[in-house]
Design a protein. Sequence first.
Length: 681
Amino acid sequence: MKSDFFSLYSHDFVRVACCVPRTRVADAPYNLAETLKLAAAGDKARTAVMVFPELGLSSYAIEDLLLQDALLDEVEDSVAKVVEASKTLFPVLIVGAPLRLAGRLYNTAIVIHRGKILGVVPKTYLPNYREFYEKRHFVSGANVIRQEVEIAGHTVPFGTEFLFEAKGIDLTFHVEICEDIWVPVPPSSHAALAGAELLVNLSASNITIGKAEARQLLCGSQSMRAIAAYAYSAAGPGESTTDLAWDGQAAIYEVGDLLAESSRFEKDSTIVQADVDVGRIRQERLRNNGFADCALQERERVACFKRIAFSFDAPTESVALDRLVERFPYVPSDPAKLRDNCYEAYNIQVQGLAQRFKSSGVQNAVIGVSGGLDSTHALIVTCRAMDMLGLDRKNVKAFTLPGFGTSDKTYANAWRLMKALGVTADEIDIKPAAKQMLADIGHSFAKGEKLYDVTFENVQAGLRTDYLFRLANQHRGLVVGTGDLSELGLGWCTYGVGDHMSHYNPNGSVSKTLIQHLIRFVAASGDVDQETAVILHDILNTEISPELIPADAGGVIQSTEQFVGPYALQDFNLYYLTRLGYRPSKIAFLAWNAWHDVERGAWPANLPEGTKRAFALEEIRRWLELFLRRFFSNQFKRSALPNGPKISSGGSLSPRGDWRAPSDGSPDVWLAELKESVPER
Ligand SMILES: Nc1ncnc2c1ncn2[C@@H]1O[C@H](COP(=O)(O)OP(=O)(O)OC[C@H]2O[C@@H]([n+]3cccc(C(=O)O)c3)[C@H](O)[C@@H]2O)[C@@H](O)[C@H]1O
Ligand SMILES: Nc1ncnc2c1ncn2[C@@H]1O[C@H](COP(=O)(O)OP(=O)(O)OP(=O)(O)O)[C@@H](O)[C@H]1O
Ligand SMILES: NC(=O)CC[C@H](N)C(=O)O
């Protein structure tokens, strides 16, 4: 095993903290003590980077006291003490202080690690409007006249264009100060283009009504636009309230997602911490060519950045991930978000299919209805598309096509559903044709043997498709596909002359884990009547099965999940492999965090109780291995997909869309990484 599998630092995560110490107005020793108290807590938590507020060592709102030698001497002394204390501390400490440098007063951030000052960064944009008058006291960082300065006995780099590069945990960060994020082009924008992954902001921002939201907007959008993490820490309790008030907002964002936020208006010192996925930032930047093109446009500014490299040893002990990983990447646990996603997905599907009917001039649909989840949902979407186009639902020619494995329950549900939806319903028994084909090709089943092999299965899936396409010719219709994203990921479909093919597939970008929620959403939406809703709920309670093999003597049916693995895990694997390109060990690490404890984290609404279960690492590893094998060997099926709309981020396997790959690739590199880096239990 290369590194500790269970530690976040082995998987491109970095723990970041934003601190809001309680301060006292111009009381440097007190502020130092609070700073060191928080630094000790961060050390214990094995935090890599700790961000403190702007001018935290002196406090911010002290007006002309900023120009007092007694205070400035004491602040310098405090900086020296932080540097001394840092010798035995794990984190990089970034503290704010007013410093007299090169004969001027700067509003600075001092980056300290293991007894050294790595650099001093002055604030560039000094607000001098409304309640702010920083130009009365400070000089802008744009006005740096020396690249190196003396501070607390150290000669250190001084400037605004630094990238701090932690070797050992592999993290590059940039530092800016408060107002720097409030301008149209923040210094951190160029820093990100130059390679900074974490952007930190030391702030002192007085609170007024609505301002917390403004800061969220600024930090969140900067993290999104710069494809970075943004760590923001603003001054809080103890700042002078002579004319202003201070709420101590601190927040950490990652590519637009809020990871952690302080509860504001606390009376004591607080820390918010988050484990930032730096690997995600790197992956997103690899994909987004606009990011690199923008760096080219801005090359003059980007080229100004200097790298300050320092060694940073990852902790030797295991540091557990302190971040909730959603169990279902395609199904948010937040009910409101899930509802929104279902609304979007359903409407994208309907809109996609309706447009295809319109543009092709075809007014009829042909669909095979099995009574399972996928064809049920595809049928509903088709009906809705007809409604939208003002066409009669009778234009939907729905066929149930029972074969050797069709159960009474799904057969009955297929009929109930077709009737309830008011489509043209019909039935063709495929068994005689299947028997004929099996006899023609000399299959043992035709001789009375119970040989239920792939040929036996695919003869049925193939004949169904054959019937549907010929019916489409006959009825001048389009064959509506039903296969979902998860099946395409696993290659769990019959190629070509099989359920793999259709004229248009509205389900191709919907994962199996989402489709059940979509059906629930439709059942509750008012788009269907009460009778249909009852049928839909019955279909939701059916085990997922291709029903290509007859039930055994004990009535046990062919279970898809026993064969290809739980869709819960396989959708997880699919998302992280295709959307973010993570190595198998990281996928397993995330899956273990999401799934090993049934009590941890929220579950999506409406999951049947019995389905809430945990997975041990051993199972996660086993199913991931199978996933990788199937995913690679079945690319040829994805290289030849019918059309259908992309629905979610990370939700397209179309060769014309979000996943383009060779059909003859080998999974060996991935399997070797899995074997080498994921413990067996
Ligand atoms: N790289 C490559 N490039 C081009 N062709 C390649 C290939 N690798 C294999 N092949 C060919 O493809 C064949 C395998 O593909 P294919 O004929 O599809 O057959 P196959 O993938 O072996 O079987 C389909 C599986 O999907 C399951 N299924 C079918 C239908 C519906 C559902 C459901 O639950 O929804 C599930 C079914 O139970 C069966 O296990 C190989 O025999 C080989 O001839
Ligand atoms: N008995 C059947 N009658 C009509 N069509 C069928 C039948 N069995 C399968 N099909 C067609 O083949 C497709 C794939 O079959 P499969 O049984 O795997 O999917 P499903 O039943 O729709 O959903 P699930 O995969 O959740 O069971 C179906 O979506 C359907 O279009
Ligand atoms: N300290 C600062 O730079 C504060 C200015 C900033 N616009 C704010 O209100 O938060």
